[in-house]
Design a protein around this ligand. Sequence first.
Ligand code: DAH
Length: 339
Amino acid sequence: MVEKLKKLKENIENQIKDLKNKEDLEALYKETLGKKSDFNKILRSLSDLSIEEKKEIGPIANEIKNEINKIFGSKRLELENEEINIKLKKDKIDLTLDINKEEAGSLNPITKIQYELEEIFKGMGFAIYDGPELELDYYNFESLNIPKHHPARDMQDTFYINKEQVLRTQTSNLQVRAMREFGAPLKVIMPGKVYRNEDLDACHEHTFHQLEGVVIDKNINLSHLISTMNLVISKIFNREIETRVRPGYFPFVEPGIEIDIKCTICGGKGCPSCKNTGWLEILPGGLVHPNVIKAGDLDPEEYSGFAFGLGLTRLVMMRYGISDIRDFMSGDLRFIKQF
Ligand code: DAH
């Protein structure tokens, strides 16, 4: 009987060596020492022995059982230690990380071009004006000759905060504000962020940048607008760029125009960037509508003016050949570091 028990112990010792995890160890424990195990059966059969035999074999059997328990105990400890070590290795703190390495930020390319344009316009006598992005429906639409149910509202999918307030959809919201604040003569540009409820893709963002301009004085006509824009365009691109003028419709100008530039990518031959037309839309504008001048508390009989709205984001995309508008706000350093 003792021999049998010793053999079982040896067996256990052999099996336990190769175990790699706690679950297998507990399974082996159950199998070898549990109620239904051979070991237990042998122990139970002790009761059939004579008192002398019991006295002799009992203690030995007990000792073997204790030894086996010890073997399991130390294997348990060993596996637990291994587990802890694996965890420690995984969660290791990398002390070599250089936390003193400070990276300087840089300007977004939109901000850079905005600053460049501000310098160009300042050189031409324009002031720079700033205003609210959370705007009254009145300044964003109504004062610009776009009453409540005017179909032109459909062109700009708007974030309404409530019935009176919107996130401005265009920097034109500052035209009437500037007229009311400074009167005439007036020469201002208004760069800034605008918001539209767009379905996002490579060409559409909910947030983008425009640069608005307004000039109000006596006897202002279309040639003032066109010559000013031609000058600005040649300064932005650092060379003469051919432009063309088409009619365009915006309720706050009359007449309204679109100034296109000869495609800077293909030189006018036609390519995907200009949708094979050879021209790029860049600058809408026109002569300020008398109703808008009136809203600005000025007399349209005495004053006239021109306005334009440069798509700043689009201009930057054209200048640097950026094909996805979402890159600007991505916060991805790999993008921003290129400028
Ligand atoms: N605000 C217009 C837009 O976002 C652009 C625009 C057109 C501005 C004509 C102007 C203008 O000042 O005269 O589509």
